[in-house]
Design a protein around this ligand. Structure first.
Ligand SMILES: C[S@@+](CC[C@H](N)C(=O)[O-])C[C@H]1O[C@@H](n2cnc3c(N)ncnc32)[C@H](O)[C@@H]1O
Length: 387
């Protein structure tokens, strides 16, 4: 495909999403009907679509509208590219720009340039103060790809070499032991020997730093109460000796966990709700709760446009319910750990304050926040000890 044909494909994918078809679904549907597209074409179309979604509001201002064509036009203008050279109508290129399209578009206002809905900007300011703008700006750019080294396998220096042989270049992340920032070949990670043999896992550096901050006693019985794919419990199992349990209200979300655990040489027991109750109490219960994902919106940029105050309210309700359920499974003097990949105060500090108000016997031992940065997502951690 030519660069212009890739732009046309991205326009079609964005138009298919206007009925709220998710980006991944719209891309898959397009790829099924575009057998001629190679992996580089698919990657380029995906990059266009995700770049637009991260910066949708400023692209709409620059392109003069919300259609796929206007958004791509705005994106090209933002990148300093010459839209006339792409919108040629030749081959599979987008048809030439009309006079109206040439005249449409303007520089984004400061509000539009943040690429956040206004109601969320207010929440960013409340939660992050002077750092709010940096967070909004960071969310406009592509996310870093990070790996977690498994110290139970080969030493880190050897693993870096093994990855390099498979075309994956990495550099260690400062201040996060064992975290590697992929600088080249991110799309080759899943096929690399180092990944298939369990030397590394894909995991954001902030999540790794948060798990590394947990005081897990030797031999602890640990329950990952919202385990999903198990990234958090697998990180803990790689660093500590303990007995590891995983639960999720949607058990299907744990379907990859046994294979991931086997690859990492870890043993994790999956528990349904009844089994959690009979296996309790635990020394540490981790609640990596469902959240707005506001610290990770550069990976899932549709979410920042789809979130509503009502949906946020419902998420906060679920988070409270989860804490309430999970606290009952912690042994006396044990730890309850609450984490989100959100930067919003109502999902973070306010939840912990609410919990402590309802449960005065618990002491807060630690609270940490990771900003959205070049190497990691926005992340929040609070550790509470039962009285
Ligand atoms: C943020 S995700 C977890 C990600 C996972 N810990 C990881 O590192 O990959 C939140 C998970 O909480 C689960 N969940 C939602 N409500 C729950 C509940 N009431 N009890 C337990 N898990 C719940 C969801 O199914 C989802 O898999």
């Amino acid at each position: 495909m030519t660069p212009a044909a890739r732009v046309q494909a991205a326009i079609e994918v964005l138009d298919a999403m206007t009925g709220w078809l998710a980006a991944e679904q719209a891309l898959t549907r397009w790829a099924r009907g575009a057998r001629y597209a190679g992996s580089k074409d698919r990657a380029a179309v995906r990059d266009h679509v995700f770049s637009v979604l991260r910066t949708r509001r400023s692209c709409a201002a620059l392109g003069g509208g919300e259609t796929g064509r206007a958004l791509l036009l705005g994106h090209l203008r933002a990148e300093g590219a010459d839209p006339e050279a792409i919108f040629t109508g030749e081959g599979h290129a987008p048809t030439p720009l009309t006079a109206d399209e040439r005249a449409a578009g303007r520089a984004p206002t400061p509000e539009e340039a943040r690429d956040l809905p206004d109601w969320l900007w207010e929440r960013f300011e409340t939660a992050l103060g002077a750092q709010a703008d940096a967070a909004a700006q960071a969310l406009r750019h592509r996310a870093p790809v990070c790996l977690r080294h498994n110290p139970r396998m080969k030493p880190l220096s050897q693993v870096i070499e093994i990855l390099l042989k498979d075309g994956v270049a990495t550099i260690p992340v400062a201040q996060v032991d064992g975290a590697l920032h992929v600088t080249e070949g991110a799309r080759r990670v899943a096929q690399s020997d180092a990944f298939r043999e369990g030397h590394v896992e894909l995991q954001d550096a902030s999540s790794q730093a948060a798990m590394a901050a947990l005081p897990v006693p030797d031999g602890a019985r640990v329950l990952d109460f919202c385990a999903g794919g198990g990234g958090k419990v697998l990180a803990l199992a790689a660093w500590h000796e303990g007995t590891w349990f995983a639960h999720d209200a949607a058990p299907d979300r744990m379907r990859d966990l046994p294979a991931r655990a086997a690859r990492a040489g870890a043993e994790v027991t999956l528990l349904d709700a009844e089994a959690v109750a009979s296996a309790a109490p635990f020394d540490l219960v981790l609640c990596d709760v469902p959240c707005s994902g506001s610290g990770t919106w550069r990976r899932a940029p549709e979410a920042k446009w789809a979130l509503t105050p009502e949906r946020l309210h419902a998420l906060c309700y679920t988070q409270r319910e989860i804490l309430e359920q999970a606290q009952a499974f912690v042994r006396p003097k044990g730890l309850l750990v609450y984490t989100t990949c959100s930067v919003l105060a109502e999902e973070n500090a306010a939840q912990i304050e609410g919990f402590q108000a309802a449960h005065p016997g618990w002491t807060r031992e630690d609270t940490r926040r990771w900003p959205v940065s070049d190497t990691g997502d926005g992340f929040y951690l609070a550790t509470l000890r039962k009285g």
